[in-house]
Design a protein around this ligand. Structure first.
Ligand code: COS
Length: 405
């Protein structure tokens, strides 16, 4: 028997002190829109078409206004991390691809929003916001995934006003359907992390091509890019020459929190499915939910989901309250929320028994969907490095301040 669950979207956390009325209005409005709009936009068996339809509809309905600053059509003066997180949580609750397209519009254009010139912002952000242009963040390479400072794609001056990009990028979300790519390359001002720069490359640039599409367990548009004599105007550089590593990390600070939010949405959906299952499945003469081991699973899920939500919205609130960097907070949120959601979803699969691994049942899809979130935008191991380094730095600073007294 397939699951015919009627799961309930729990937005009780909107009463927490991290949010104001604008957040509550946004979240309840999006939740009303998403059901049934999201399911109706999906094209069975065609991931690219589903993504294009979802982006356009999210743009038409105004939800992508959360992805760009107000001056370019957005909702807030600068990106509001809590709004981005609420959107990803709600969309992920409905469907992984709906969350994916929303998240990638923000990540793909995030470096431009944060560091782009007015000309670049004017050219790309209104179209991103309207759902008329799809963006992509092209950082990873075959030999530079976790170790960003090892990027080898070369950016070499080409005349006075251009640069030529040569190399390859891989694991690029929206690869093949994007209208533009923010490409990070070695411009050589200094070795390692201090010699990278970011450039916006239009998808129709003759020097950019899709080398291969990458198929993964929860299908998304994902590709390897080839850059060959890819000529880009210097005016398309995002941020200062040599500042590419910081551009990438500051963008990831914001969007890692939102990956935690997406994991939270997937986890909450699994818990909603598990609660419905516990109430409706009968065995040993009563409902599954009467068994204490079921109750233990539901309670563990509830604790981990609330802990994840607290970390995610603490990170967003910290940034929105004016913090320049939220590296530790966003790493904690991403690490904990993605790992916890994996456990929550696994427990939900177990409560569904054989139906938990049956294709077409929601918890089976969630089980495949969550896995990549523990890897992309900085694997859990990278988040641990970021967290521990920040703790040690704070400890050293506190010790030095103590010694100076
Ligand atoms: N915001 C602004 N600046 C930052 C920053 C941030 N969040 N994080 C680091 N920096 C700065 C540092 O302050 C340092 O500046 P100075 O040279 O002026 O001191 C510089 O950037 C280099 O930082 P660091 O020494 O930490 O660089 P590492 O090469 O050791 O980086 C990790 C280490 C692993 C943390 C980094 O490479 C990383 O996050 N990797 C994962 C990348 C990723 O998410 N890949 C997925 C791609 S998207 S799917």
């Amino acid at each position: 028997m397939h699951s015919e669950a009627h799961p309930i979207l729990d937005l009780a956390h909107l009463s927490w002190p991290f949010f104001d009325d604008a957040h509550r209005g946004f979240a309840t409005g999006l939740a009303r829109w998403a059901d049934p709009a999201v399911d109706a936009l999906l094209v069975a068996g065609d991931v690219n078409a589903s993504c294009r339809r979802l982006v356009r509809a999210l743009g038409d309905a105004g939800w992508l206004r959360a992805s760009v600053p107000r001056a370019y059509g957005g909702l807030h003066d600068s990106l509001d991390v809590r709004t981005l997180c609420l959107a990803r949580e709600i969309l992920a609750w409905h469907d992984g691809l709906a969350d994916f397209v929303f998240g990638m519009q923000g990540l793909g254009s995030g470096a431009i929003s944060l560091f782009g010139s007015h000309a670049l912002k004017s050219r790309y952000l209104p179209a991103v916001c309207a759902g008329r242009a799809i963006g992509a963040f092209a950082l990873s390479e075959q030999e530079a995934g976790s170790d960003v400072s090892a990027i080898s794609t070369a950016a070499v001056p080409d005349g006075a006003a251009h640069v030529r990009l040569d190399g390859g990028k891989t694991w690029i979300s929206n690869g093949g359907i994007a209208d533009f790519y923010v490409v990070f390359a070695r411009s050589g001002e200094a070795p390692g992390a201090r010699g990278l720069s970011a450039f916006v490359v239009d998808a129709d640039n003759p020097g950019l091509s899709i080398a291969a599409r990458i198929d993964v367990i929860a299908p998304h548009p994902l590709a390897t890019l080839r850059l060959e004599g890819c000529r880009v105007p210097l005016s398309h550089r995002v941020g200062a020459p040599g500042a590419g590593f910081k551009v990438a990390m500051a963008t990831l600070d914001i969007f890692r929190s939102t990956v935690g939010a997406a994991a939270l949405g997937l986890g909450r959906r699994a818990q909603a499915e598990a609660l419905y299952r516990a109430a409706t499945r009968r065995l040993f003469g009563g409902p599954l939910g009467d068994l204490q081991l079921t109750q233990a699973a539901l309670a563990d899920n509830a604790a981990e989901l609330d802990a994840a939500a607290l970390l995610v919205y603490r990170a967003g609130w910290t940034k929105d309250s004016g913090a320049v960097r939220i590296s530790r907070e966003s790493a904690l949120a991403k690490m904990y929320a993605t790992e916890a959601a994996q456990r929550v979803i696994d427990r939900a699969v177990q409560l569904f028994g054989g139906n938990g691994v049956r294709v077409g049942v929601k918890v089976e899809a969630l089980y495949r969907e969550i896995r990549a979130l523990r890897i992309y935008e900085g694997a859990t191991e990278v988040q641990k490095i970021v967290i521990a380094r920040d703790l040690l730095k704070s400890q050293a600073a506190a010790a030095a301040a103590g010694a100076a007294q």
